[in-house]
Design a protein around this ligand. Structure first.
Ligand code: ZN
Length: 103
């Protein structure tokens, strides 16, 4: 009876929990929330903490693509641009506005 090394446990590295948008639906690939989900927002704020303008430019670009994607998916509901605008650009504005106290 020989013990050969075939049973070597492969190191299983879990995929980093990246909350990225699933296009063209623009839902989070991990948690299924409308993107950017809470986790994605945290990551973005951390990533762009020294570059607020960059964060807005990045999100504005994605907003443009999201409007385009969602409109092609369902032209009848493509009119919710205001909601999308708030979803992509409203929260960092509030985040950096500061004056608003959460109740
Ligand atoms: Zn998520």
């Amino acid at each position: 009876m020989s013990t050969d090394g075939t049973g070597a446990a492969e190191q299983h590295r879990p995929v980093p929990a990246e909350h990225l948008p699933l296009r063209p639906l623009w839902l989070c690939r991990r948690c299924g929330q409308p993107w950017p989900c809470g986790r994605a927002r945290l990551v973005l704020v951390a990533e762009y903490r020294d570059n607020t303008v960059g964060l807005f430019l990045y999100l504005a670009g994605l907003l443009y693509e999201a409007i385009d994607d969602l409109h092609q998916l369902d032209p009848s509901t493509g009119g919710d641009v205001k909601g999308l605008f708030d979803r992509f650009l409203g929260w960092p504005a509030r985040h950096h506005g500061g004056a608003e106290s959460p109740r």
